[in-house]
Design a protein around this ligand. Structure first.
Ligand SMILES: NC(=O)C1=CN([C@@H]2O[C@H](COP(=O)(O)OP(=O)(O)OC[C@H]3O[C@@H](n4cnc5c(N)ncnc54)[C@H](O)[C@@H]3O)[C@@H](O)[C@H]2O)C=CC1
Ligand SMILES: O=C(O)CCC(=O)C(=O)O
Length: 390
C-alpha cells in the first residue's frame, strides 16, 4: 500500500487515478511515500524518511526545497504546460485590465447600487474617469518563452499587437511553436526599451529574484504596463513603488498581491487565479498523479526538476533503483554487489543529470535478499536505493 499526502486541494479527477486498493490518500498521513501539492510552502516542512517523491500539480517549484530533496533522494516532479492555457487566458485578461480602467470602473459602478433611476445618467457622467487605450498596434514584450510565454505571444499577436520575445534559454520545442510574426530579441535592454506592455513568464529562482529592478525600470519607456502572472518575487517592490509613483509604470497587474503591493497606486491585484480553472486543475492533477504512480510502482521518472528522465519497460522480474553521485566507478561497484548476490542484470538504464546519476536495474528474480539494499546503500556515493520485487 502506498501512502499519498495531499498538501493542497487536488482535483478529484486526478486523485481518482490512484487505485484505492493500492493507495491511501489523505491530507494528514504518517510516513507518506509521496506528497502531491500545489502552492503549499514546503520550505519549513520536515521531509519524512519514507518520502520518495513530491509532485507539484503545476509549473512553479519555488515552494519546494529542491536541493534538500535531491540530497535525500526525493524525486520532485512538476507538470510542464498542464496549466499554460489557463494562465495564458488570464494574461490576456491582464492586458485588457492594464489598458482599460475595468477594475476601478466596475468597483465604482457598484457604489451606485442604491441610486435608483439616476443610475444610467450617473454612469454616463462618471465613465470619463475610466477611459483607457487599445492594445492593437502596441508592443508587447514577453520575457520567458516557455509553455505560457509562447501561448501569450501568439495570442497577443493574433489580437493585433506587435510582439517581441526574450528568452536566452528557450528550448527547441517551444521555439517551434512560436509564431513567426513574433520578433525574438537577444538583449534585455533592447527588449525593455521597445515595450508598451511587458509580461513576465519566467520561474522564480535565486537568479531571477528581483529580476525587474531599478536598473531595468530605467531601461523602460514611460507609461509601460507590466503584467506579472509568474511570481511576486520577480519584481523589486521598492523600485516598483517608485516607478508607479513617477509614472514610469502606468499599471501593474499581478497575480501575487501582498500588503506592499495592495497599498500601491495603479495596481490591479488578482488573487493567484492564473491556473484556477477546472481544465488546468484537472490537467495538472492527472499529470502529477500519473507521474507519481509510474515512479512509485516502476521507478520511472518523467518531468522531474531534479532527477534525469529515466523510463524502461519492466522485464517481469524485480527492479532495483539506485541514485548516486555522478562520479566514476559507481556502476562497477553496484554490479559487483549484485553479482556477489547471484543477481544477473537483465536490463539496465543509467541516466545522469548534473551531479547525480539514476539507475534502473532489472533482474529475473522475483524476490531479493533484503541485505542487498543495505549493501548497495553502503557504497560511498549512493544516496537512494529502492527495490521493487516483481
Ligand atoms: N499565476 C499562476 O497561477 C501560474 C504561474 N506560473 C508561473 O509561470 C512560470 C512560467 O511557467 P511556464 O511557462 O509553464 O514554465 P516554462 O518552464 O515552460 O517556461 C519558463 C521559461 O522561462 C525561461 N527563462 C528562465 N529564466 C529566464 C530568464 N532569466 N530570462 C528569460 N527567460 C528565462 C525558460 O527558458 C523557459 O523557456 C512558472 O515558473 C510559474 O512561476 C505558472 C503556472 C501558473
Ligand atoms: O496551483 C495553483 O493554483 C497555482 C499554479 C501555479 O502558480 C503554478 O503552476 O506555478
Amino acid at each position: 500500500m502506498f501512502k499519498i499526502q495531499t498538501l493542497n486541494k487536488i482535483d478529484a479527477g486526478g486523485l481518482s487515478l490512484f487505485p484505492l486498493d493500492n493507495y491511501e490518500i489523505a491530507s494528514e498521513i504518517p510516513q507518506p511515500d509521496a506528497v502531491v501539492l500545489r502552492s503549499f510552502n514546503m520550505h519549513n516542512t520536515e521531509l519524512p524518511k519514507s518520502l520518495k517523491a513530491i509532485a507539484r500539480a503545476g509549473a512553479g517549484v519555488n515552494n519546494i526545497p529542491i536541493d534538500k530533496c535531491t540530497e535525500k533522494g526525493v524525486v520532485v516532479f512538476n507538470t510542464p504546460g498542464a496549466n499554460a492555457n489557463g494562465v495564458k487566458e488570464l494574461v490576456i485578461a491582464g492586458l485588457l485590465l492594464a489598458s482599460r480602467d475595468i477594475a476601478e470602473g466596475v468597483n465604482w459602478a457598484k457604489t451606485l447600487a442604491d441610486k435608483g433611476d439616476e443610475i444610467p445618467a450617473l454612469i454616463e457622467q462618471g465613465k470619463k474617469n475610466f477611459a483607457g487605450q487599445e492594445i492593437q498596434g502596441k508592443t508587447l514584450a514577453v520575457i520567458g518563452l516557455g509553455a505560457i510565454g509562447v501561448l501569450v505571444a501568439n495570442a497577443a499577436q493574433a489580437l493585433g499587437m506587435k510582439v517581441i520575445g526574450y528568452d536566452p534559454y528557450i528550448c527547441v520545442k517551444q521555439a517551434l511553436k512560436l509564431s513567426n510574426q513574433v520578433k525574438f530579441v537577444k538583449g534585455i535592454q533592447s527588449l525593455l526599451s521597445q515595450a508598451d506592455y511587458l509580461t513576465l513568464n519566467i520561474p522564480l529562482t535565486p537568479e531571477t529574484k528581483n529580476y525587474i529592478n531599478k536598473e531595468k525600470f530605467g531601461m523602460m519607456k514611460d507609461n509601460v504596463r507590466i503584467l506579472n502572472f509568474a511570481r511576486g518575487g520577480l519584481v523589486d517592490l521598492d523600485a516598483l513603488k517608485d516607478a508607479l509613483e513617477s509614472g514610469k509604470v502606468a499599471k501593474y497587474v499581478t497575480d501575487f498581491p501582498n500588503q506592499k503591493v495592495l497599498n500601491m497606486k495603479n495596481v490591479v491585484a488578482v488573487p493567484h487565479l492564473g491556473a484556477s480553472t477546472k481544465e488546468s486543475e484537472t490537467n495538472c492533477a492527472m499529470m502529477a498523479v500519473n507521474q507519481v504512480k509510474d515512479f512509485l510502482q516502476d521507478g520511472n521518472i518523467k518531468n522531474s526538476v531534479n532527477f534525469p528522465e529515466a523510463q524502461m519497460e519492466r522485464n517481469g522480474g524485480s527492479r532495483i533503483l539506485i541514485a548516486n553521485q555522478n562520479v566514476p566507478n559507481m556502476v562497477s561497484q553496484i554490479s559487483s554487489v549484485l553479482a556477489a548476490e547471484g543477481l544477473n542484470i537483465d536490463n539496465m538504464l543509467n541516466k545522469k543529470r548534473e551531479s547525480i546519476a539514476y539507475n534502473i536495474i532489472d533482474v529475473a528474480q522475483h524476490s531479493i535478499n533484503p541485505e542487498v539494499e543495505a549493501k548497495l546503500e553502503a557504497i560511498n556515493g549512493v544516496f537512494m536505493v529502492r527495490i521493487i520485487e516483481g
